[in-house]
Design a protein around this ligand. Structure first.
Ligand code: T5A
Length: 212
């Protein structure tokens, strides 16, 4: 049983993480790798239940309650899904992880960054990404993409999509700061490029890591 690789995709709303997670997983599987695709919040039965509350625009949450919900999701996700898949030697692709907590609850909501580091440590039980891709674009472009999707859908905007543009700008700055601080782990990619070009860049970065 070999050690797996843990890859996270991060970015603002509508930056293409979900699209790219699926496309990259297909590319890696076609190349013969075993891949687990997961997401936060979600990824486990408990996590999907938490996600429903977390995103519901009709549910009002204090910033501290929001934080503790997403950490509960992570604590379960890591132990039930992430670590077993990594122990089985798989490549795990997660659509969001702990950097989202720093960006949204830290930079977005203004919670203390040191406290968030401590709590992330508890929730993640030492599971740190080997590689993180930040898909970056202007928040207005990302929000417009999600609005276009909402228009063709029965559901309305979720609790975060309904936030002010200033909130999303702080979140974006948070992701860019994380990327500047940890260049050895984080790669930033222009999320306005064509989808196939982005997939190729992410897949190449992952293959470079796993064949090192
Ligand atoms: N959250 C999460 C926290 O606050 N703290 C945390 O710790 C964590 C883990 C999750 C929410 O929870 C918050 C952050 C989030 O607000 P979610 O539904 O998972 O909610 O939200 P997002 O992750 O933002 O998901 P979205 O679906 O809104 O955005 P994606 O996944 O980035 O974008 P995607 O792939 O769905 O694409 C959006 C649209 O753009 C098109 C797609 O076809 C799609 O229509 N698109 C492109 N168009 C042109 N060019 C490209 N390159 C394109 N790529 C995709």
């Amino acid at each position: 049983m070999g050690k797996g690789f843990f890859i996270t995709l991060e970015g603002v709303e509508g930056s293409g993480k979900t699209t790219q997670t699926a496309l990259v997983a297909d590319a890696l599987r076609a190349a013969g790798y075993r891949v687990t695709v997961t997401r936060e919040p979600g990824g486990t039965r408990a996590g999907e239940a938490i996600r429903a509350i977390f995103l519901d625009p009709a549910v009002s949450l204090h910033a501290a309650a929001e934080l503790l919900l997403v950490l509960a999701d992570r604590a379960q996700h890591v132990r039930e899904k992430l670590k077993p898949a990594l122990a089985a030697g798989e490549i795990v692709l997660s659509d969001r992880y702990s950097d989202s907590t720093i960006a949204y609850q830290g930079y977005g909501r203004g919670l203390d960054l040191k406290l968030l580091d401590e709590l992330n440590r508890l929730a993640s039980d030492g599971a740190r990404p080997d590689l993180t891709i930040v898909l970056d674009l202007a928040v207005e472009t990302g929000l417009e993409r999600t609005r276009a999707r909402v228009r063709g859908d029965v559901r309305g905007p979720d609790r975060f999509e309904g936030e002010q543009v200033e909130f999303h700008r702080r979140v974006r700055e948070g992701f860019l700061k994380i990327a500047r601080d940890e260049p050895g782990r984080v790669i930033t990619i222009d999320a306005t490029r064509p989808m196939d070009e982005i997939t190729a860049r992410i897949a190449a970065a992952i293959l470079a890591l796993v064949t090192r």
